[in-house]
Design a protein around this ligand. Structure first.
Ligand SMILES: *[C@@H]1O[C@H](CO)[C@@H](O)[C@H](O)[C@H]1NC(C)=O
Ligand SMILES: *[C@@H]1O[C@H](CO)[C@@H](O)[C@H](O)[C@H]1NC(C)=O
Length: 145
């Protein structure tokens, strides 16, 4: 089956990617994680700029599809992931130390089951832009609220 084949070939890459992000990326420390929510695969929230004088919070959107992959029903950080094609029904729950994404993802048994990943370990804030690996989101002064 094609799907299983591609799962196998990316295993080594996933392990490499996981090592790269072993250090916490830590956006919860300088974003207002309380404002964060998922709109389909897009994560939005207010984050600090480097220049605090230039008013502290801007709204940023990041397509999380490029940050994670679904490997056999579990989410892993992956620089060209595309978990969204086999996951859905995602929600987030933040705190001062983590930002847990929960989704229903297709597993090896061909069923959708709930799985989680701490987005704080893969997503960063650089000058008010959320990003992961070398992917960067966008930023606007006007958030949804
Ligand atoms: C947010 O925190 C991270 C980790 O401490 C740091 O690398 C980054 O530069 C900070 N960004 C801003 C905009 O303060
Ligand atoms: C930022 O990205 C979101 C999601 O793709 C999009 O809806 C929005 O229009 C973009 N905003 C700007 C300022 O580019």
């Amino acid at each position: 089956m094609n799907t299983m084949k591609s799962f196998t070939t990316i295993t080594a890459v996933v392990i490499g990617a996981a090592a790269q992000v072993a250090n916490a990326q830590g956006f919860v420390s300088n974003c207002t994680w309380q404002t964060g929510f998922m709109s389909d695969n897009y994560l939005g929230m207010y984050c600090n700029n480097n220049n605090w004088a230039e008013y502290s919070y801007d709204w940023t959107w990041l397509d999380t599809n490029v940050c994670l992959t679904n490997y056999g029903g579990k989410l892993y950080p992956y620089a060209s992931g595309s978990y969204w094609s086999t996951c859905g029904n995602c929600a987030v729950r933040g705190s001062n130390v983590d930002f847990i994404l929960t989704c229903d993802c297709l597993n090896g048994q061909g069923r959708f089951a709930s799985t989680t990943y701490d987005l704080n370990r893969v997503i960063w804030n650089h000058d008010g832009f959320l990003g992961c690996f070398n992917h960067i989101g966008n930023k606007t002064e006007k958030g949804p609220f």
